[in-house]
Design a binder for this molecule. Structure first.
Ligand SMILES: [Zn+2]
Length: 471
C-alpha cells in the first residue's frame, strides 16, 4: 500500500465484528478508517502510534445524556466542554443529548448547537422531549429538516408534575398520537415510564428510614411503578406500529414486561444504565445515588445482567446529569435526582461485564453497536470497518484504574462510584481520527460534530441489516 495516510495505530488487538479481537493495524485518513492491515505492513503514515497489546474497540455511544445546569439545554461553554471531557476520558465518542423545552425545537436546537459546535469534544446528536400540541404538529419537520428522529415523553408528567422542568402536563391520549406520528415518520419514542398515580399513593405510607436513604427511595417508587408504565406504552406501541425504546430500565419486573410484550411485537427496545448494573440499594453512595427510577435491590442488578448476557437489554446509557453536588448533599427526599455517569459507562460496563463472563462481543454491542443501529448512525458509527468514522477507544483491559470525581471532569464535582477500583484503563479516545484523550490525558481538540439522524428504531435497524452478519 502506498497511499499516504494520517495516522496508523500499530500492534493493537482490534475488535472486528464476527471475528472478535484480531491482531491488526488501523489506518486513518481524514477522520475515516481507510485500512485494516496485517501488523508490519509497510504504509506511508504521517504518524504511527504504538498500541501493542491493547484493545482497540469502537468508541462507545452514550445514548442518554442531559446537559446544562438546569438539565434542559446546554447553554454555557462548560456545559459542553466539561461533560464531553468526561465522555472522552471514558471512551465515549458520540453522545445523544436530551433537549427539554415547551418551546418549538427549531430555536432550542439552534441555541444548544451554538455551544456544542464550538466546545464539544465528542460527536453528538439530540433527542427532543415533546409535551405540547405544537411539538406534535412539528414532529415531521424535526425528523426531516432537523435530523432528530427520537423523542422522549414523560409518562409521569400528569398535571403539574413536569412544571419544575418547564414541561406541561399531558396524558395517554397525547402519547397515543405521538406514537402514531413516530410510526408514520420512521421515528422512535423514548418514554420515561413511571406511573405517577401509584407514586402519589405510595409515597405517604411506605418504608422510611433516614439511615437507609436508598432503600427508602426505592420503596416510594417501587418496580411496579415502572413496570406498569412499561406495559402500557408497549401495548400502545403495538397498536400504533411505533418503535419504543424503554429508557433507563432498572428492575427485573420492568424487563420481564418488555420481554413478554416483545414476544408479540418486536419493535420494543431496552436501555439500562450503568448505575442499575453496578449500584443497588445496598451501595454506600447515599443520596448521591438518588435517581429516577431508583436504584433497586441486588436481585434486580442480577436480572439486568442476565438481560445483558441474553441480549434482551439492547443498550447501556448513562442518564448523565451534571447538577452540582450541593444539590445532592441533602436528605433523600429533598436531594435532586440524577448524577453524572457518561465517564464511567464504558469502563464500568466492561469491568463488571468481563468479571461476570459476558462475551466481549455483547459488551461492545451494548455500549456501541446496538445504539448506532437503533439511532440511525450505523455503519458510520458503532463498528470498526473500512469507510466508518475512526471513532476508537484504546484501552488496557487489565491496566487498572480508580474512579475519582476529579478525573471524571464533570461540573457536578462528585461521583457515586468514588474510589471504586476497576480493571480497565482507558488510554486513548479518538473522535474521527483526532485524539480527544491521549495517553490518559485530555487534549485541546474540540472535534465534536452534530450527527443528523433521519430515522431510528425499526426503520433504522432495517437499513442497517446485513445478511452476512452474525453476532
Ligand atoms: Zn434521562
Amino acid at each position: 500500500m502506498s497511499a499516504h495516510i494520517d495516522l496508523r495505530l500499530s500492534g493493537g488487538r482490534v475488535f472486528l465484528h464476527g471475528s472478535g479481537l484480531v491482531a491488526a493495524d488501523l489506518l486513518i485518513k481524514d477522520g475515516v478508517l481507510t485500512g485494516i492491515v496485517e501488523p508490519g505492513t509497510p504504509v506511508d503514515a504521517t504518524e504511527d502510534v504504538d498500541v501493542t497489546g491493547q484493545y482497540v474497540l469502537p468508541g462507545a455511544i452514550d445514548p442518554h445524556v442531559h446537559l446544562g445546569k438546569d438539565i434542559r439545554v446546554p447553554k454555557d461553554p462548560d456545559d459542553a466542554d466539561l461533560e464531553t471531557a468526561s465522555a472522552a476520558a471514558g471512551g465515549v465518542t458520540s453522545m445523544l443529548v436530551y433537549l427539554m423545552s415547551a418551546d418549538p425545537y427549531g430555536e432550542v436546537l439552534e441555541k444548544a448547537d451554538r455551544v456544542m459546535a464550538e466546545h464539544a469534544r465528542v460527536d453528538y446528536g439530540y433527542h427532543f422531549v415533546l409535551g405540547t400540541d405544537q411539538h406534535l404538529k412539528e414532529l415531521p419537520a424535526y425528523v426531516h429538516d432537523l435530523g432528530v428522529s427520537t423523542f422522549k415523553f414523560f409518562m409521569n408528567f400528569r398535571g403539574d408534575e413536569g412544571a419544575y422542568l418547564g414541561m406541561p402536563g399531558n396524558d395517554d391520549g397525547f402519547m397515543y398520537d405521538l406514537l402514531g406520528l413516530a410510526a408514520d415518520h420512521q421515528a422512535m419514542i423514548n418514554p420515561h415510564p413511571e406511573n405517577i398515580e401509584l407514586v402519589r399513593r405510595l409515597q405517604g405510607r411506605t418504608f422510611k428510614d433516614p439511615d437507609q436513604p436508598l432503600r427508602s427511595w426505592n420503596a416510594a417508587r417501587p418496580p411496579v411503578v415502572e413496570a406498569d408504565a412499561q406495559q402500557r406504552v408497549a401495548y400502545l406501541a403495538a397498536a400504533t406500529g411505533a418503535s419504543v425504546y424503554a429508557v433507563h430500565t432498572s428492575s427485573a419486573a420492568a424487563l420481564d414486561v418488555v420481554r413478554r410484550q416483545r414476544a408479540g411485537y418486536p419493535n420494543l427496545f431496552v436501555e439500562t444504565c450503568t448505575h442499575y448494573l453496578t449500584l443497588s440499594t445496598e451501595s454506600p453512595c447515599g443520596t448521591y445515588g438518588k435517581v429516577n427510577p431508583p436504584l433497586r435491590d441486588p436481585e434486580d442488578v442480577e436480572a439486568l445482567w442476565q438481560g445483558m448476557a441474553d441480549g434482551s437489554v439492547d443498550t447501556v446509557g448513562s442518564d448523565h446529569n451534571a447538577r452540582h453536588r450541593s444539590f445532592k448533599e441533602k436528605d433523600i427526599w429533598t436531594a435532586t435526582a440524577g448524577f453524572p455517569g457518561t465517564g464511567v459507562l464504558l469502563p464500568l460496563t466492561l469491568s463488571e461485564g468481563m468479571r461476570r463472563g459476558v462475551p466481549l462481543s455483547r459488551l461492545v454491542d451494548a455500549t456501541s453497536t446496538r445504539a448506532a443501529k437503533l439511532f440511525g448512525l450505523y455503519p458510520r458509527k458503532g463498528t470498526i470497518r473500512v469507510g466508518s468514522d475512526a471513532d476508537l477507544v484504546v484501552l488496557d483491559p487489565e491496566g487498572g484504574s480508580v474512579i475519582d470525581a476529579q478525573t471524571q471532569y464533570s461540573a457536578a464535582a462528585y461521583t457515586p462510584w468514588q474510589g471504586e477500583q476497576i480493571a480497565p484503563r482507558i488510554v486513548h479516545t479518538l473522535v474521527r481520527g483526532t485524539f480527544a484523550l491521549r495517553d490518559g490525558r485530555l487534549t485541546e481538540a474540540r472535534a465534536g460534530r452534530f450527527l443528523p439522524r433521519p430515522r431510528s428504531g425499526a426503520a433504522a435497524l432495517a437499513a442497517a441489516y446485513e445478511p452476512e452478519e452474525q453476532s
